[in-house]
Design a protein around this ligand. Structure first.
Ligand code: NAP
Length: 239
C-alpha cells in the first residue's frame, strides 16, 4: 500500500488492518512517524501496520521495499497504488519539472509497484491490485494537465495489466474519487472547495473512509470477477 499513512491511504490502511490484514505502508521518510501514530491509534490492530521507506517514483526503492515485505511477511495478496501528488498550474505556466514530477509519482510509481509485485502474485496464482485514479482522469480539470494526464494514464495501465494477468487469478481495478476531504483538498483555496461542493450533487466532500470501503470491496478474495473496472466515487460530480 503506497502513501498509506494519511488521507485516503491512511483510511485504507485502517480499514484493512481492522479487518485483520497485515498492511505494509510504503512511503517517504516523513511517513514513518505518521504510520507509527496511525498504528498506535488502532485498538488491537496496531501490530498489523508496518512501515517501509520507499519513494514510489524510484524503481529500485519499490523493488527493495517489496523484497523486504516478502522476506518479513512471506506473501503479498494485494497492492494499493494510492500515493499521489499535485503540482497545479495552467499549461502555459506549468514547468517541465512540474509535469515530470507528477507523471513520475502518479503514473510511473504505480507501474514500478505493479512490476515489483507481479511475479510473486503470478507464482501464487492470486492477487488484487487497486489503483487510485481520479475523477479528473475522465473529466479533465483546469490547471491540472499533469495530474489529469497521469490519472488517465493510470486507467490505461489498469486495463492493460488486468488483461495481461486475468488468467492468473489477479484482478486489477481503479477507483476514481471526486473531491475527498484530505490534506490534498485542504490545499485548495476555500472558494474552490466551496465551488466543488456546490457542483457536487450530494453537496458534500467525500470522506476518506468511504473510498477505503470501496477499495476494501475490490480487494476481497470473492471479488475475482471484477477486473479492468473503474469505480467512480464522486457524489455524482461526474457520471
Ligand atoms: P494526501 O493526503 O496528499 O496523501 C498522499 C500520500 O502519498 C501521502 O502519504 C504522501 O506521503 C504519499 N506520497 C507522495 N509522494 C510519494 C512518493 N514519491 N512516494 C511514496 N509516497 C508518496 O493525498 P490524498 O488526498 O489522501 O490522495 C490519495 C490518492 O487519492 C492520491 O493518488 C490522489 O491523487 C488521489 N485522489 C485524491 C482526491 C482528493 O480529493 N483528495 C481525489 C481524487 C484522487 P507524504 O505524507 O510523505 O507526503
Amino acid at each position: 500500500m503506497t502513501g498509506g499513512a494519511r488521507g485516503i491511504g491512511g483510511a485504507i490502511s485502517t480499514v484493512l488492518a481492522e479487518d485483520g490484514a497485515t498492511v505494509a505502508v510504503l512511503g517517504l521518510p516523513e511517513d514513518r512517524e505518521r504510520t507509527h501514530n496511525l498504528a498506535a491509534r488502532l485498538n488491537g490492530a496496531a501490530s498489523k501496520i508496518h512501515f517501509y521507506q520507499s519513494d514510489v517514483s524510484i524503481y529500485d526503492e519499490c523493488r527493495e521495499a517489496v523484497a523486504a515485505v516478502l522476506q518479513q511477511h512471506g506473501r503479498i495478496d494485494f497492492l494499493v497504488n494510492n500515493a499521489g501528488i499535485t503540482r497545479d498550474h495552467t499549461v502555459r505556466k506549468m514547468t517541465v519539472e512540474e509535469w515530470e514530477k507528477v507523471l513520475q509519482v502518479n503514473l510511473s510509481g504505480p507501474f514500478f509497484m505493479i512490476k515489483a509485485v507481479l511475479d510473486t502474485m503470478v507464482e501464487r496464482g492470486f492477487g488484487r491490485i487497486v489503483n487510485v485514479s481520479s475523477v479528473v482522469a475522465e473529466a479533465g480539470n483546469f490547471g491540472q494537465a499533469n495530474y489529469a494526464a497521469a490519472k488517465a494514464g493510470l486507467l490505461g495501465l489498469t486495463k492493460t495489466v488486468a488483461l495481461e494477468v486475468a488468467k492468473r487469478g489477479i484482478t486489477v481495478n481503479a477507483v476514481a474519487p471526486g473531491f475527498i476531504d484530505t490534506d490534498m483538498t485542504k490545499a485548495m483555496p476555500e472558494a474552490a472547495i466551496e465551488n466543488a461542493i456546490a457542483q457536487t450533487p450530494v453537496r458534500a466532500l467525500g470522506q476518506p473512509e468511504e473510498v477505503a470501503r470501496l477499495v476494501r470491496f475490490l480487494l476481497d478474495e470473492k471479488a475475482g470477477y471484477i477486473t479492468g473496472a473503474v469505480y467512480n466515487i464522486n457524489g455524482g460530480w461526474y457520471m
